[in-house]
Design a protein around this ligand. Sequence first.
Ligand code: OXD
Length: 308
Amino acid sequence: MTFIYKAEPTRGKIWADLFAQKAPDIDFRVWPNIGDPKKVRFLTVWEPPENISEQFPNLEILFSIGAGVDQINFETLPKHLPVVRMIEPGLTQSMCEYVLWAVLSIHRDMPTYHRQQDRKVWKALRVWPANKRRVGVMGLGRLGQVVLNQLRLMNFRCLGWSRTAKQIEGVPTFHGTDLLGSFLSQCDTLVCLIPLTQSTKGILNRDVFSLMPEGASLVHVGRGEHLEPKDLIEALDSGRLSEAILDVTSPEPLPADDPLWSHPKVIVTPHIASMTQPETAIDTVLENIRRFEQGQPLIGLVDRDRGY
Ligand code: OXD
């Protein structure tokens, strides 16, 4: 049985070594070296190849190499084909690190100190305790929940919002469009971790910013298409928002002439908040193959109607 990897090639080599150690019976191949396409049962991709069903008539699972699946057009896939998004500890840990860094940077005024340093200004601001800051996480899937738990350990006042109702111990949660306003009005820092779907495209817009407290900040680790960049710039320029840390943009890479690059209140990073770690992800992938063979539910199985 063949497993094809079609994503970042350097990490493909690491995956190949891990498969050789942990699952030597699986014929692991890195795209475009696919061997006999009829033997391909598992395919892991960032972007899927065209004509999947014609090319791989015996494909049994399509894995996304990342947590998101918005890069996959479900219309082009056979209806019966299970699509699985990546849920693995290494990716979760890297997302936690990034969000903690971003929230702490904003909380401890690092963007202001960087601007002061540019002007050689030595000026101390009042240090506030973390429990005076409210951090709201939008998106309460696996990543959102773990991030919230870590933020709580740092003593931030945490709250969460999701499309459908979710309970998280010790965290007030809100759901649906009706409660979005109450949630936003309590977010000194808003962390966007929702999946990109038709209904969340452009959700980070003027209306949302106007519902947040004056001077609030944004940490965006979802997808570039969630954000209306002009609305963000307007909110930052008017002082409605104070800072934005963006790990995702539309398009990516962000073009050299995009005003976000040089906006003094924006920090841009090149979509590195979280990354699948082959060393830990291999176990989830092999566990899913085992579950598939035994007819058990797959970890991270995508609900195509929901879009994630
Ligand atoms: C992912 C990502 O989906 O890196 O994992 O954005």
